[in-house]
Design a protein around this ligand. Structure first.
Ligand SMILES: Nc1ncnc2c1ncn2[C@@H]1O[C@H](COP(=O)(O)OP(=O)(O)OP(=O)(O)O)[C@@H](O)[C@H]1O
Length: 374
């Protein structure tokens, strides 16, 4: 097809292309009944003038944690106007002000002004409103490990969970969502005893479950018979080996697009093979998306260097590009290590043997591929 035809061609394989969006909430949320029940049990007291039970929601990536929270919040809000449910993505909102702005927005329908209003006023408005209206507050903090990095977690938990000490009758709860079991102990380390949560585990899907979920997604997203069962099996295999359901959903979407561009009425193996070339690690892409410009600049320097640099060498390159202080360079380096994009190893050389060597944990091409898709 030439470009004009490509743009004008109005046949589509997609019945509902939104079904492949990252934030699509499936009506049919399969294999998560017991987790949804556990969430409902934790929230139930809040619907009956009690306090919600705090929870920590644990499970590796793309096991449906976010979907479960969003679904249960939707259900709660449909059932009662006495519970305010706020979902917060901590990759985006990392400060106390940022997080309480989200809560404020949910309650009052608009965010507080960014300047001129002290945090205490915003906090007071929120809690006073809840107290006056007799409403409970449940806050889900997704990817809460990002708050450990900025060391804000404890304060935020404290603000939310001890509100009842200053505001009569206020009932609050927190769901902390974690996608890496390693962060579980860090939660205890970062948040003291005010948070005693019940654990809700989202175990990985089996191969059969992945196949069923992908099949259902294809059924919603494509017209019938666009993709064969055999090719779904292949996408399932790849998804299982990659360990991330999102990769499978993305593969469906990309191969559908490629088939469409080919004016084909069905997805063929060649479209999947082509799509595979375009999918980097989705997880890595999400992590890279959350980086600031300076953080990406530093990562780029690491990625494009032919040799493993020491921290000192890296800083001298970085400071030329960004004029950053050593302290902020160091913070960024620690963050990249914390996000497990890089490793740093002491070489035993340098001042007091403190010289570190920086090692990229991913293939440079993989990073490049993900960066180009941001
Ligand atoms: N049981 C399921 N049924 C249908 N779709 C699902 C199911 N579980 C996950 N998904 C889909 O997989 C994708 C990832 O799910 P979700 O964002 O809820 O996972 P997560 O555990 O929060 O991931 P992360 O920890 O990486 O944020 C979404 O597109 C979601 O619709």
């Amino acid at each position: 097809m030439d470009i004009d035809d490509l743009l004008l061609y109005d046949e589509t394989l997609f019945k509902n292309i939104d079904a492949f969006n990252p934030d699509y909430i499936p009506d049919n949320f399969m294999y998560r009944k017991s987790q949804m029940e556990a969430l409902a049990i934790s929230i139930r007291p809040a619907l009956r003038s009690g306090r919600p039970v705090n929870g920590v929601i644990l499970g590796s990536c793309a096991t449906g944690k976010t979907t479960a929270i969003k679904k249960i919040f939707e259900m709660v809000e449909r059932t009662s106007d006495k519970v305010v449910c706020v979902y917060i993505n901590c990759q985006i909102h990392t400060t106390r002000f940022g997080i309480f702005s989200q809560i404020y927005q949910k309650i009052f329908g608009h965010t507080p002004p960014e300047t001129g209003v002290p945090f205490s006023r915003i906090y007071q408005n929120i809690m006073q409103h809840l107290s006056n209206e007799g409403k409970a507050l449940i806050v889900a903090l997704d990817d809460i490990n990002y708050l450990f990095y900025s060391k804000n977690a404890n304060k935020i938990f404290y603000d939310i969970l001890r509100a009842h000490e200053s505001f009569e009758g206020v009932r609050t709860g927190v769901f902390a969502i974690l996608s890496d079991i390693e962060f579980r102990f860090m939660l205890d380390k970062n948040v003291n005893s005010i948070f005693i949560p019940q654990e809700i585990i989202f175990n990985p899907y089996s191969k059969e479950e992945i196949k069923d979920i992908l099949k259902e997604r294809a059924r919603i997203g494509f017209y019938s018979e666009v993709i064969s069962d055999e090719l779904l099996d292949e996408i399932t295999e790849y998804t299982v080996s990659n360990g991330d359901l999102r990769v499978g959903i993305d593969l469906l979407r990309i191969s559908g697009n490629l088939a469409e561009a080919d004016a084909s009425k069905t997805i063929e193996r060649k479209h999947i093979q082509e799509a595979l070339k375009n999918t980097g690690s989705i997880n890595l892409m999400y992590t890279l998306k959350s980086l600031s410009d300076d953080e990406r600049t530093l990562l780029d320097l690491i990625r494009t260097s032919d040799v493993d640099l020491t921290a000192g060498e890296l800083y001298s390159q970085f400071s030329k590009k960004t004029k950053s202080s050593y302290a902020s360079f160091n913070r960024i380096l620690n963050k990249l290590e914390f996000l497990r994009i890089i490793d740093t190893r002491f070489t035993g050389k340098g001042v007091k043997g403190n010289s570190r060597i920086i090692i990229l944990r991913f293939d440079t091409e993989e990073i490049q591929k993900c960066m180009s898709r941001l």
